[in-house]
Design a protein around this ligand. Sequence first.
Ligand code: NAD
Length: 368
Amino acid sequence: MGANKKILMLPGDGIGPEVMEEVRRVIDWMQDKKLFNLEIQENLIGGSCIDKLGIPIEENTIQLAQEADGVLLGAVGGPKWDNVDFNIRPEAALLKIRKDLGLFANLRPAIVFEALVDASSLKREVIAGLDILIVRELTGGIYFGEPRGVKNLADGIREGRNSLVYNTREVERIARVGFELAQIRGKKLCSIDKANVLESTKMWREEVIRIAPEYPDVELTHMLVDNAAMQLVRDPKQFDVIVTTNLFGDILSDCASMATGSLGMLPSASLGAPDESGYRNALYEPVHGTAPDIAGLGKANPLAMILSFAMMLRYSFEMLTEANRIEEAVETVLNLGLRTEDIMSDGNKIVSTTEMGSAVIAELDKIK
Ligand code: NAD
């Protein structure tokens, strides 16, 4: 029996609870097989929490998240809460939990499963076998830098300003995440900046170079962001791990994720800084939102949520065998031609959310 771990589940709104249910079934399967002993706690977040308690997240939930070994989040929001007070909107819960857990590193893998190669807008030869990881700085840079705001100048002219600010500590800690992940993957790290124009990212590049000797097994390269955007659609397989700023990462990760064809397939992780014992807060969630258009219809693709759980096993619990096993099961199910509606194509079979979950579990059962 593996280690005793505590997970906090926050299913959220819309399809969140539907896809989370499938992860719960995968966990039940793992518990039955005695792969680990998990304690699961569950709480409300987002619109469902507003409906019940008038706030999008409880302080108690933050505390449980801090105590847990990992947090699994569905998604929050939907038209029902579009007009609630700005401070208690569902998204405020996300910002709060990310801030309170100090989640500064956002990990977005872009993996193309062979069975879905043709769902991509890019050519098969460009994306077949793609497996890259974008590490985005999440709590600094131009989204948070001061001064910021819009000023009224003379003659009715307005001036808008945002500041791209990073300090050495912030660059170093995100770069270390990039190096460490490269070490357990393909041993290549590409740091993306705009060092030819922006002083703050010139400093970023210098700091990354400064710590590189501590990771002699990782090949470090640098690329300007405009070139990186072009390379991601021209030849994305040249990358292994990419590390970049908040703004550049926001744009590049969406660009890379579209190469994979479907929102319903994309997991993500957000990590905090490790403490002295190496423990770090971590939150795992699918990239997609609450999909209000299909909520409650049994059409949601649970694979992004299941793959987010696999990321938790890999990055928080160091259960690489089990993580690989889940990813392998997902791949086999796709190879068998089972598809939820969002990834359906000719010649395949449409299945419901639950049927997709059952198929993954059936494959898990077969893997030795
Ligand atoms: P969305 O990701 O919810 O949906 C976009 C489209 O993709 C929809 O057609 C939807 O049906 C489809 N889709 C998404 N996930 C799917 C899945 N797992 N299976 C099948 N189809 C899927 O984005 P949106 O429509 O822009 O946003 C809807 C709500 O979700 C909004 O309230 C938004 O604020 C919220 N949202 C939350 C998060 C989050 O909690 N992290 C992220 C994005 C959007």
